[in-house]
Design a binder for this molecule. Structure first.
Ligand SMILES: [Zn+2]
Length: 191
């Protein structure tokens, strides 16, 4: 099985395609190189986006929050702009992958900074495994949404695979960029 074309990545591609055609209908060109996740979430799914300093639910701090029923996404305003972008894309991932297909009850997702870094989807049916699997899927979706495969491959050619340049271009953290380059099997230099 090709490791790149996971279900979350395919769903992200489908959503980007939808954004492109919605935009074309408005007479505008959609930019697949610097994806506006905030606009996409609002345009396609009616999600309201809020940036909240010191985002908390109860006693705990979170990087991102989705109340799918209320169509609300909130992200931690004190995080770097590039991290906020990833958090927004991650919450859209939960909406598309887990809420819309009816895979969850309630539709509330509260995601910590460490949830945003879960890469592997563990086996098992326990609540913890299910949670981590959903986090890994939302991260895969976010990576494919903000760093579309074709766009990354094209920019990789013209930048010589320098992580910092690519990360700045796609407006993501260098760490997120490295993970995406790993997923796509592209060589890079960390400078
Ligand atoms: Zn999450």
């Amino acid at each position: 099985m090709c490791p790149v074309r996971t279900r979350p990545a395919l769903e992200a591609e489908r959503v980007l395609e939808q954004a492109r055609s919605e935009y074309a209908a408005l007479g505008e060109a959609w930019d697949n190189y610097q994806v506006d996740a905030e606009l996409l979430g609002t345009l396609l799914f009616g999600l309201g986006m809020q940036r909240v300093p010191d985002l908390r639910v109860g006693e705990r701090s979170y990087a991102g929050f989705l109340d799918a029923g209320a169509r609300l996404v909130a992200v931690e305003a004190n995080h770097h702009e590039h991290r906020q972008r990833f958090s927004i894309a991650h919450e859209i991932g939960h909406f598309v992958l887990h809420y819309l297909p009816g895979r969850v009850r309630g539709g509330i997702f509260a995601c910590t900074s460490s949830d945003m870094e879960v890469r592997a989807a563990p086996h098992g049916d326990g609540a913890r495994s299910l949670h981590l699997r959903q986090e890994a899927e939302a991260n895969r979706f976010a990576a494919a949404l903000l760093m579309p495969e074709a766009a990354v491959k094209a920019m990789h050619k013209v930048t010589g695979g320098r992580v910092f340049g690519l990360a700045r271009h796609f407006k993501v953290s260098p760490k997120a960029m490295e993970i995406r380059l790993d997923q796509l099997g592209l060589a890079y230099s960390s400078k």
